[in-house]
Design a protein around this ligand. Structure first.
Ligand code: PLP
Length: 398
């Protein structure tokens, strides 16, 4: 037998964390890492945040799980708090991002099904998109590396280049249900939607009776310096998926919708055994207790500006290595110059300089620190990154 008991689908690296404290992770041998990956934008409050861990421990001891067959004071309270603070009128809780995407796809199809346009089943998505790994979510991206070997996929998707409004509009036909797009692309390369693009999609939806689904699983929940990234664009979506930061490390996701967009989601149309259980709701409340304190998002925006400014100063010293900075707030990416070196550079920072970052598409590495970092962490990151850039040996062209 050569297969490992843990199904070998990840290229797992040598870092084997066993403990976390604030912005730091500790491995099995006690070695310390500055964690500017944060579980890929999940650990919004860092590791071991006392308010979050206390809320989870207390709720676990009080009531961990009951079926969704019963009334949910915990779910009602968190949903109310979310709708009070964004465009949405209603929330379906899930355990992951991909499940939130499934709910969004179903909500969009049902919207047209119960109206006068049941033929509108097709969702237009975008190149380099990442929406998760379920069959629905991989059908919603045209990236071969995620789709190969899993066909037949779910029909009803069309794909346009990201940030190309004209190409997206050209795909609209009488089967189109709406658009699904990351407001800021994460895995694809940390590219923010341009205002013209995001606003143009909104306008097209209004004109054609389509739904705008925003995937804010990575860019939502404070990451860009606002509660949700769409707030930067002066528009609102009809449906939105969130996850990652929403539970700060507790598995939680949500599909948010306006009353109109959710008109088809009536009793019996959807469900989840665990979705929205009391333990998850306690984690979600604890996160909002911290994030909705006055000044929290301003802090993220300020730290994002600092970090970006520091990167901008560093880049000219290493212009053989770095090309440009992308992203918004504390969702930053640095594009590398030499083709296909981002992954090696991430490994180098990790193994030789104790700095955790994440590779992304388009030869970009992602910097996604906990949102609670302060200037000392930024200084430490820049120090380790500069040292890493100095000691990084580019692959030789021979
Ligand atoms: C991570 C991510 C997902 C998938 O979330 P899972 O919890 O892994 O299912 C979907 N969309 C975006 C934008 C993401 O970053």
């Amino acid at each position: 037998m050569t297969i490992t008991p843990l199904m070998p689908v990840y290229p797992r690296c040598g870092v084997r964390p066993v403990r976390g404290e604030g912005v730091y992770l500790y491995g099995e041998r006690g070695e310390q890492y500055l964690d500017f990956a944060a579980g890929i934008a999940v650990n919004a409050l860092g590791h071991g945040h006392p308010h979050l861990t206390k809320a989870i421990a207390e709720q676990a001891a009080t009531l961990m799980h009951v079926s969704n067959l019963y009334g949910s004071p915990q779910g009602e309270a968190l949903a109310q708090r979310i709708v009070d603070n964004c465009f949405a009128d209603t929330v379906f809780f899930t355990n992951s991002g991909a499940e939130a995407i499934e709910c969004a796809i179903k909500t969009a199809r049902r919207y047209h099904y119960v109206g006068d346009t049941p033929q509108r089943t097709k969702i237009i998505t975008f190149h380099n998109a990442f929406h998760g790994r379920t069959m629905g979510a991989i059908s919603a991206t045209n990236q071969d590396k995620m789709r190969n070997g899993f066909e037949p996929l779910l029909p009803g998707f069309a794909y346009a280049p990201f940030n190309d409004l004209e190409a997206a509009l050209a795909l609209i036909d009488d089967q189109t249900a709406g658009f699904m797009v990351e407001t800021v692309q994460g895995e694809g390369g940390m590219t923010a939607g341009t205002p013209e693009f995001i606003q143009g999609l909104r306008k097209a939806c209004d004109e054609h009776g389509l739904l705008l689904i925003l995937d804010e699983i990575q860019c939502g929940y404070g990451r860009t310096g606002k509660f949700f990234a769409y707030e930067h664009y002066g528009i609102t979506p009809d449906i939105m998926t969130v996850a990652k930061g929403i539970g700060g490390g507790f598995p939680l996701g949500a599909c948010l919708a306006t009353e109109e967009a959710a008109r088809g989601m009536v009793i019996g149309t959807h469900g989840s055994t665990y979705g929205g259980n009391p333990l998850a709701m306690a984690a979600g409340q604890a996160i909002l207790d911290v994030m909705l304190e006055p000044g929290f998002f301003d802090h993220v925006a300020a730290m994002g500006d600092r970090l970006r400014g520091a990167f901008e100063q560093m880049i000219p010293n290493h212009d053989d290595l770095f090309e440009e900075i992308r992203g918004k707030g504390l969702m930053l990416g640095i594009k590398m110059k030499e083709p296909a070196v981002a992954r090696d550079f991430v490994a180098h920072l990790r193994d030789n300089h104790g700095l955790l970052t994440v590779a992304a598409g388009e030869n970009v590495f992602r910097v996604l620190p906990p949102l609670v970092i302060d200037e000392s962490h930024i200084a430490e990151c820049v120090e380790r990154l500069s040292a890493g850039a100095r000691s990084f040996a580019l692959p030789m062209d021979d």
